[in-house]
Design a protein around this ligand. Structure first.
Ligand code: PMP
Ligand code: GLN
Length: 397
């Protein structure tokens, strides 16, 4: 018999990472693969991006650019990132000291939070949030404070935002355009986040991976462009969404030199460097003319319209995303009580996969999210039309 104080087998995973399990995106993509369902779960496009960008990667491999690139990224990509920030937003960045290339925005987020947060520091984020925000905050031993946004407008409420800040707040994570809601934060909302962050001496970390995917007259505003904010903002970007190369995992961090150096220190020991031959190819993509970016966003807007019309016709209530790949659909009117169970059944019932919105929340019930599903519209139009036709067969739950 074991002694009564025997703690049993030692769990392999550290306590603060328990509960994260397998990401919902991997789970839902596996479910789509198993069932052959249309995958509107994980956000990745089903068509290749600009051919000259793909060619540039092939050329880089053939030209032998296959060994470790420099720690902060190849010079032509760092220059292209700095030029991109200037061309689109008027920001001035020194490519030597203010730009770091990372393994996707995922590593940029992790390295930034790990570099800036001591254990016990607090990280403010809006809820729903992209899943890695919670995980990397836990990894750093920091504590998250969430600010709820409510379907369908997801407007920022000043008192709730302010209430999330304290003397322990180290940084606020702002994601605009926002996954999973498709919300594009307004100038007033971004100003508010920045002014409260300044009041509490907190960094503003902005995740702008969907910066070029905006619709109608929505304008993406980088927090770093607000007066006096360049010194207080760390901006994260990625080629994945802009160039339809989610599998390349090329992202970046830009901001004040001292922060970029701090993030680089951590990044060295996460991956050292990343994605050698993809970096020059992304540099080519970042220099494509404005029209190419606009044409892509306008195609995506059309896809949004196709899917949202289909979801409405199937009896769901949807929000009106002004950016990203995603729309939130409330299934309550279909008699659904629990979107997690609904999403598990959906591929078997009609051959479509979505992601239950509750996974992006700490308090799904408090935000009214238990019956909501996130669907991705970054798929070919015929695929979206087929998904819409299948969802029309749903009927009551
Ligand atoms: N932030 C947000 C809001 C995302 O949706 C994603 C997923 N693409 C990421 C970060 C991670 O980006 P990457 O694939 O470049 O690591
Ligand atoms: N950003 C994508 C999504 O939200 C996928 C990211 C991932 O798989 N980690 O679906």
């Amino acid at each position: 018999m074991a002694p009564i104080d025997d703690p049993g087998p030692v769990p392999a995973l550290i306590a603060r990472m328990r509960g994260y399990g397998t990401t919902i995106f991997a789970q839902m993509t596996a479910l789509a693969t198993q069932t052959g369902a249309i995958n509107l779960g994980q956000g990745f496009p089903d068509e290749d991006g600009p051919p000259e960008v793909l060619e540039a990667a092939v050329d880089a491999i053939r030209a032998g650019r296959n060994q470790y690139p420099p720690g902060r990224g190849v010079p032509e990509l760092r220059a292209a990132i700095a030029d991109h920030q200037h061309r689109w937003y008027g920001l001035e960045l020194d490519p030597e000291s203010q730009v770091l290339v990372t393994v996707g925005a995922t590593e940029a987020l992790a390295a930034t939070v790990l570099a800036l947060c001591e254990p016990g520091d607090e990280v403010v984020m809006f809820e729903p949030y992209f899943d890695s925000y919670a995980a990397v905050t836990s990894l750093a031993g920091a504590v998250r404070r969430t600010v709820p946004l409510r379907f369908p407008e997801y407007a920022v409420e000043e008192d709730r935002l302010r209430a999330a800040f304290s003397a322990r707040t180290r940084l606020v994570l702002l994601n605009t355009p926002h996954n999973p809601t498709g919300k594009v934060f307004t100038a007033e909302e971004i100003e508010l986040v920045c002014s409260i962050a300044r009041e509490f001496g907190a960094w503003v970390v902005t995740d702008e991976v969907y910066e070029h995917l905006t619709f109608e007259d929505a304008v993406h505003i980088p927090a770093a462009t607000l007066p006096g904010m360049a010194e207080h903002v760390i901006t994260i970007g990625s080629a994945g969404k802009t160039l339809s190369t989610t599998g390349w995992k090329v992202g970046w961090v830009t901001g004040p030199a001292q922060v970029v150096t701090a993030v680089t220190t951590v990044k060295q020991f996460l991956t050292y460097v990343g994605s050698g031959p993809f970096q020059p190819a992304v540099a080519v993509g970042l220099r494509l003319p404005d029209e190419r970016y606009r044409a892509f966003a306008s195609t995506l807007q059309h896809k949004r319209n196709v899917l949202t019309a289909g979801l409405r016709a199937a009896g769901m209530t949807v929000n009106h995303p002004l950016g990203t790949y995603f729309v939130i659909a409330d299934t309550a009117a279909l008699g659904v009580r629990d979107a997690v169970a609904f999403c598990q059944e959906l591929p078997h019932r009609v051959g479509v996969v979505g992601v239950p919105a509750s996974v992006f929340h700490d308090d799904p019930a408090g935000c009214g999210a238990t019956t909501q599903v996130r669907f991705a519209f970054c798929k070919r139009q015929d695929v979206l039309e087929e998904a819409a036709a299948r969802l029309a067969d749903l009927g009551p739950a």
